[in-house]
Design a binder for this molecule. Structure first.
Ligand SMILES: *[C@@H]1O[C@H](CO)[C@@H](O)[C@H](O)[C@H]1NC(C)=O
Ligand SMILES: *[C@@H]1O[C@H](CO)[C@@H](O)[C@H](O)[C@H]1NC(C)=O
Ligand SMILES: *[C@@H]1O[C@H](CO)[C@@H](O)[C@H](O)[C@H]1NC(C)=O
Length: 466
């Protein structure tokens, strides 16, 4: 018995080492011929576009490309997507590629990796072009950390002048776009140029793998740093014709903290100079055909909201009770009803499913912790959720009035959600229509019993006969 276990572990170890060696060797047979990186710092979500022209200089076909990130960036990485491009200029076609986080034990200084799986293996001597888009949250650090009402907000962005990569890069250039021409300072790594709202680092020739040269850019960014620290969306399905949605927000302005007293007079008199980084309005994009919309906080209903609807979407503009400055927060609830037939369908195998949008309806916000609770009708069985990215899932039970066995709640949780996560997801379940009669039957029997009690009461003569 022990011998078998021993042999097994040796086999597993051999396999593991082999895989490890394979992955190692594939890292050494690729070169990046040309790399261009565009870092967009115009909002509080940092967008980075990478165009990599990769050449296979080894002898074996390669099926994967590794992307490397410094450990400080990985924690703020909200999304990584890759596309393979073929064809030139106008005839370009894009094929989405699968990107998966990968553990490699030998990355220098805690480097973290993502693997891009190529659709077709790259043969020896061939080149391919891959485009990567990754998004970073909480990566602009306000400096000074506190500003007064009349000051502009300045922030730091830290990165490397060269792209961190496990491959040799023959030629590379980085462009950094700032929201305005006000750039206080930036690190020079020759050649470095600045024109208008663009900083150019490079071109740099022939840098070995893992070349790193830190840079800091200090610039003006008055974008509202709207972060929802916690959002709980409850989507309740009732087979009687509607979907009720209730969203609880805890919104924070994560920009430079407001210092001194807030003057509403100054704020209203000089809106272009006072509180330029604060925000007053928020836009929630809701599905078309919403009804019974409400917006309230702990004090009560907030009347300052406007709803515009057309056949494709609804836009709810909400205004918190006070403008939000750096460090300030607001807690509120938005609720609405939706027609069932727009979101509930029957799949070919007879199960029912909800097709609803993931993410946060508020435009341009980062959600640190998003929880979506789908409350299924009473009597639903075998729920399963289909979400196009990884989320934590578990089940709960919820009781509301007239419930006998309780309702199954599918709970989906995601950290660091941004607008790219506003995509449809599905929750499948089985349901026997007989359960729909449970509540009316119960109501009917309650009424019937009450009626019987009345009749009995009227017919029983309780007077005491002599
Ligand atoms: C890794 O750490 C060493 C020493 O701490 C440092 O010299 C080097 O620049 C670092 N490399 C990267 C890629 O951060
Ligand atoms: C709040 O608004 C909703 C919908 O507009 C309404 O149904 C509700 O009665 C209001 N509640 C209060 C306390 O005014
Ligand atoms: C879900 O809805 C979207 C549009 O809102 C649609 O494109 C998609 O095909 C639907 N998915 C399923 C599985 O029905």
């Amino acid at each position: 018995m022990e011998a078998v276990v021993g042999a097994r572990s040796i086999l597993a170890f051999a396999l593991f080492s082999l895989l490890f060696l394979l992955s190692r060797s594939s890292a050494h047979q690729l070169n990046i011929v040309n790399a261009e990186r565009r870092i967009d710092l115009t909002s509080h979500i940092v967008k980075v576009f990478l165009t990599l022209k990769v050449e296979n200089v080894g002898t074996e076909p390669a099926s994967e490309i590794l992307l490397a990130f410094p450990p400080t960036q990985v924690n703020h990485l909200a999304s990584v997507e890759a596309l393979a491009t073929t064809g030139k200029r106008k005839k370009k076609t894009y094929v989405p590629l699968i990107v998966t986080p990968t553990e490699l034990p030998d990355g220098p200084n805690g480097t973290k990796y993502f693997t891009i799986s190529l659709a077709n293996p790259l043969n020896s001597g061939e080149t391919t072009t891959v485009e990567v888009l990754y998004l970073l949250t909480h990566s602009l650090e306000p400096f000074p950390a506190e500003i007064s009402q009349s000051e502009s907000q300045l922030v730091f962005y830290k990165d490397g002048a060269m792209i961190l990569s496990p491959y040799h890069i023959k030629q590379q250039t980085t462009f950094i776009k700032t929201p305005s021409t006000r750039v206080e300072s930036f690190t020079m790594v020759e050649p470095t140029n600045r024109a208008g709202t663009e900083l150019k680092y490079g071109p740099y020739e022939d840098h070995a793998s893992y070349s790193f040269s830190p840079i800091i850019v200090h610039f003006e960014n008055n974008n509202p740093f709207a972060v929802v620290e916690e959002l709980v969306r409850e989507v309740e399905i009732s087979h009687w014709g509607s979907i009720q949605v209730r969203e609880q927000y805890r919104l924070v302005h994560t920009g430079a903290r407001h210092k001194g007293v807030f003057s509403r007079v100054e704020y209203q008199a000089r809106p272009s100079h006072s509180g330029v980084s604060s925000f007053k309005h928020l836009l929630a994009r809701l599905p078309p055909r919403v009804h019974s919309v409400y917006y309230r906080d702990e004090i009560g209903n907030i009347s300052s909201s406007h709803l515009r609807t057309d056949s494709r979407k609804s836009e709810l503009e909400i205004e918190p009770r006070y403008p939000l400055f750096g460090g300030w927060s607001a807690t509120f609830v938005i609720g609405y009803g939706l027609p069932l037939q727009d979101f509930l369908f029957e799949s070919p195998d007879g199960r029912r499913y909800l097709n609803f949008s993931f993410g946060c309806p508020l435009a341009d916000t980062v959600v640190d912790k998003l929880t979506i609770k789908v409350v299924l009708p009473e009597g639903s069985k075998d729920p399963s959720a289909v979400v196009p990215f990884s989320v934590e899932q578990h089940l709960e039970t919820k009781y509301s009035y007239l419930d006998v066995v309780g309702r199954t709640v599918v709970v989906l949780e995601k950290k660091n959600a941004i607008p790219v996560h506003n995509v449809p997801f599905q929750v499948y379940y089985t349901f026997k229509p007989i359960f729909m009669l449970a509540e009316p039957l119960m109501l009917a029997s309650v009424i019937f019993l009450f009626f019987m009690a009345c009749v009995a009461y009227l017919h029983i003569d309780l007077s005491i006969r002599k």
